[in-house]
Design a protein around this ligand. Structure first.
Ligand SMILES: [Zn+2]
Length: 75
């Protein structure tokens, strides 16, 4: 199965990849092989950077490669 034969993922998938670097392995493979999705991803990344520098200025970006575990214990 070649990654180029998979359908383009939804834009929300590309947005999650752009914003949080979160995507299913098959979506990652597709984006890596699909010029159209790479272009969309690059545009979304630019938008995310812009948003983080403005609207989300108070919140630090989540650390990459980590799952946030900020669920407090119920006591
Ligand atoms: Zn695509």
């Amino acid at each position: 199965m070649s990654p180029t034969t998979t359908p383009c993922p939804d834009q929300s998938v590309l947005l999650a990849l752009a914003a949080e670097d979160v995507a299913a392995p098959e979506d990652r493979s597709h984006v890596a092989a699909c010029p159209s999705c790479r272009r969309t991803l690059r545009r979304l990344r630019a938008e995310v950077v812009h948003l983080r520098s403005t609207a989300w200025a108070e919140r630090p970006p989540p650390p990459t490669g980590q799952t946030p575990l900020d669920d407090p214990p119920d006591e």
